[in-house]
Design a protein. Structure first.
Length: 151
């Protein structure tokens, strides 16, 4: 039975096919879920499935106080390696994580995180703007108003 809180949205896929998205407001977290209905598993559905599967994934990081914390990958603005240590930057905090940058890159490869330079990975979902400097270099302004160099 359709309630007043249900909503159906229709849009076109990359190949021009129509796709329906049904939203339903539920009463508790236990009722939340995602259902995919398809004739065959296309790239669009695979991307949706991967997004849902990896939503909420975390990395173990350490605050400057050495307190261990979980950092949600989707909250990361960028990763940077400095003097052999990998740092995770979010809007309001910096954490250190164990491992090397290439290991982090492998772990987050299914996300919108890409290599910006030899020492940095950037989450493109958190880029506000990109500008070109007079010397031809690219700078990305992040959600925390910090600018990072893309090489």
């Amino acid at each position: 039975m359709k309630s007043i809180n249900d909503r159906i949205i229709s849009y076109r896929t990359r190949k021009g096919r129509r796709m329906r998205v049904t939203e339903k407001l539920v009463n508790s977290p236990e009722e939340e879920g995602v259902t995919l209905e398809y004739i065959r598993l296309t790239k669009d559905f695979e991307e949706i499935k991967e997004y849902v599967r990896h939503k909420g994934e975390t990395l173990s990081g350490y605050k400057q106080t050495k307190e261990k914390v979980s950092v949600r990958i989707e909250d990361v603005l960028y990763f940077e390696t400095v003097d052999g240590c990998v740092f995770v930057y979010t809007v309001d905090c910096v954490y250190e994580i164990k491992g090397r940058l290439y290991q982090v890159e492998e772990k987050v490869s299914r996300r919108n995180i890409c290599r910006a330079s030899k020492t940095m990975l950037v989450n493109v979902d958190h880029i506000i703007s990109v500008r070109t400097a007079l010397n031809g270099r690219l700078y990305a302004r992040m959600e925390n108003d910090e600018e990072i160099l893309i090489t």
